[in-house]
Design a protein around this ligand. Structure first.
Ligand code: PMP
Length: 368
């Protein structure tokens, strides 16, 4: 037996656990991690090189600890696209929205505290809770993957969580959460004691509907988290951000590491924000490809969950993992999130989606 993790004096709650890991397999068509399939356009690559060169001249110094220019530009982007005015004081940025979520749990969760999410949902909420010593409560959903509001309100009243996660559009199911539901959950989360409600809008740019950002007005315990990993096509950049009452922005600074956002990251994100218009055109293309996947999968006889994201949940399979393997055998990697009977496919380029639909068609024939 080789010496392993469990031979080390690791924390009890980490013993026997596995790290987050979507398979990174080398197959022709990879539609498993909800990435944007389009590489950044060449003029933007040039602009990044220019901005990074400029930043490199100052790398002997620590970066702007408060990322003022970047947060100002992110606030402008939100104001323009979400129809609600936010400023620098409302916005905080970190290395991916995963780090934003970690900072929120370090600030508002932690040992002796708990967080709730309505599952199936983004699995990192529970994992980051564990990593920060925050208790995790798995809240319910209806069979159609909408949030069962009455059951959710009961769960909040009973378990009295300190943080409530609402993912809209939800991952892996794809459906958006109506504003009335978020408002009801917010109210439920304030009745026992004041609790934070975090709306994870990683996929909001792909939605048919609008951002819930305006709901932060008059609700200091509501946080909206965002990312440049999906709509901006910059998963490799690692840039996430949040918008909330300025007090939340002050609070997360109690736990952030000093200089957490490198000068190179800030320079790259600023360059990408200069090209927002072009990048959002890819979003339009991906939305129409997403809608095509929904229509064609239904025409093939699959059940498909309504999608407001850049991916689609489809089923049902007696054995989802076996179906995942058969699609992989045809050179297409989709995602088995462990939701019994269902798989998830990210919207790729039209050619990638055609390859996936061919595999899905063959699988259907084989099964009938
Ligand atoms: N939230 C949700 C719902 C996600 O699906 C993801 C990425 N898969 C993230 C947050 C994290 O994204 P990132 O850290 O790349 O910003």
């Amino acid at each position: 037996m080789t010496f392993g993790i469990n031979d080390l004096p690791v924390r009890d709650e980490l013993r026997g656990k596995s790290p987050y890991g979507a398979p990174q397999l080398d197959v022709p068509v990879r539609l498993n991690t909800n990435e944007n399939p389009y590489p950044l356009p060449e003029p933007l690559v040039e602009r990044i090189a220019e901005r990074v060169r400029e930043a490199a001249r100052g790398l002997n110094r620590y970066p702007d600890r408060d990322a003022v220019e970047l947060r100002t530009k992110l606030a402008e982007y939100l104001t323009k696209t979400a129809g609600y005015r936010v400023g620098l004081e409302n916005v905080w940025a970190a290395n991916g929205s995963n780090e934003v979520i970690q900072q929120l749990l370090q600030t508002f969760g932690g040992p002796g505290r708990s967080a709730i999410g309505f599952e199936p949902s983004y699995s990192m909420h529970a994992l980051i809770a564990r990593g920060t010593g925050t208790g995790w409560i798995s809240g319910p959903r209806n069979d159609d993957f909408t949030i069962d509001l009455a059951a959710a309100e009961r769960a909040i009243a009973e378990s009295r969580p300190d943080v409530v996660f609402v993912t809209s559009p939800n991952n892996p199911t794809g459906n958006a959460v109506p504003p009335e539901t978020v408002l009801a959950l917010y109210d439920a989360a304030q009745t026992v004691k004041p609790s934070m409600v975090v709306v994870d809008e990683a996929y909001i740019e792909f939605s048919h509907g609008r951002s819930l950002l305006p709901l932060i007005e008059g609700r200091p315990n509501l946080v909206v988290s965002r990312t440049m990993s999906k709509a901006f096509g910059a998963a490799g950049l690692r840039l996430g951000y949040l918008a909330a009452h300025p007090a939340v922005v002050d609070a997360v600074q109690l736990v952030r590491l000093p200089y957490h956002l490198s000068a190179v990251t800030q320079a790259t994100a600023l360059a990408a924000l200069e090209h927002t218009g072009t990048l959002l055109k890819y979003v339009e293309q991906l939305k129409s490809e997403r809608d095509r996947l929904v229509t064609e999968l239904r025409a093939l006889g699959y059940d498909v969950t309504e999608s407001d994201a850049n991916f689609v949940q489809f089923g049902r399979f007696a054995d989802a993992h076996e179906a995942w393997r058969k699609i992989l055998d045809r050179g297409v990697l989709v995602r088995d999130n462990g939701v019994p009977g269902w798989l998830r496919v990210s919207a790729g380029t039209p050619q990638e989606n055609d390859a996936f639909l061919d595999a899905a068609r063959e699988l259907k024939k084989e099964q009938s």
